[in-house]
Design a binder for this molecule. Structure first.
Ligand code: 5GP
Ligand code: ZN
Length: 139
């Protein structure tokens, strides 16, 4: 399995560092975040080491993310949370501290401390379509 010897999540996958598991199969692992921003904050990771989502083989992405619905249901049932954010910090500029792809599952309740700054903007005429075309050209 692809692994980075300095990576804390690879060490967790290998059992060299303990974690509190909630879900596991051959390719993916779900475990409790040690620094929760809300109670029952869970991390879902692919077991092989890839730093960012854009590097993930799509079958591994699928094998990991297929667990999202059941995990969200289980966390919701366990906590009674009103909602939940699935968050992936992709790259240091996006707030990624651990360079092994991981998806945060963060239960949300009214009055919870975890909040987004969501500065919704507005496009000038034509800009949105221009950007969409650029993205399509790069697919
Ligand atoms: P990032 O900022 O990279 O998106 O998030 C990294 C997450 O990993 C943080 O929420 C942090 O609390 C969690 N984390 C870092 N080291 C460990 C660890 O050794 N064990 C567990 N369970 N979580 C960790
Ligand atoms: Zn790793």
């Amino acid at each position: 399995m692809k692994r980075d010897s300095d990576c804390i999540f690879c060490k967790i996958v290998a059992g060299e560092i303990p974690c509190t598991k909630v879900l596991e199969d051959d390719v993916a692992l779900g475990f409790m975040d040690i620094g929760p921003v809300a109670e029952a904050h869970v991390l879902l990771i692919p077991k092989p080491h890839y730093e960012t989502v854009d590097e993930l083989p799509s079958d591994l992405a699928a094998g990991t993310l297929k667990h999202l619905p059941e995990l969200v249901r289980a966390i919701s049932a366990a906590t009674g949370c009103e909602g939940l954010n699935v968050l992936q910090n992709n790259g240091a500029i996006a707030g990624q501290l651990v360079p092994h792809v991981h998806f945060h599952l963060i239960p949300r309740d009214i009055g919870g401390k975890f909040q987004f700054n969501w500065p919704a903007g507005k496009y000038p005429e034509g800009k949105m379509e221009q950007l969409a075309e650029k993205i399509r050209q790069n697919l």
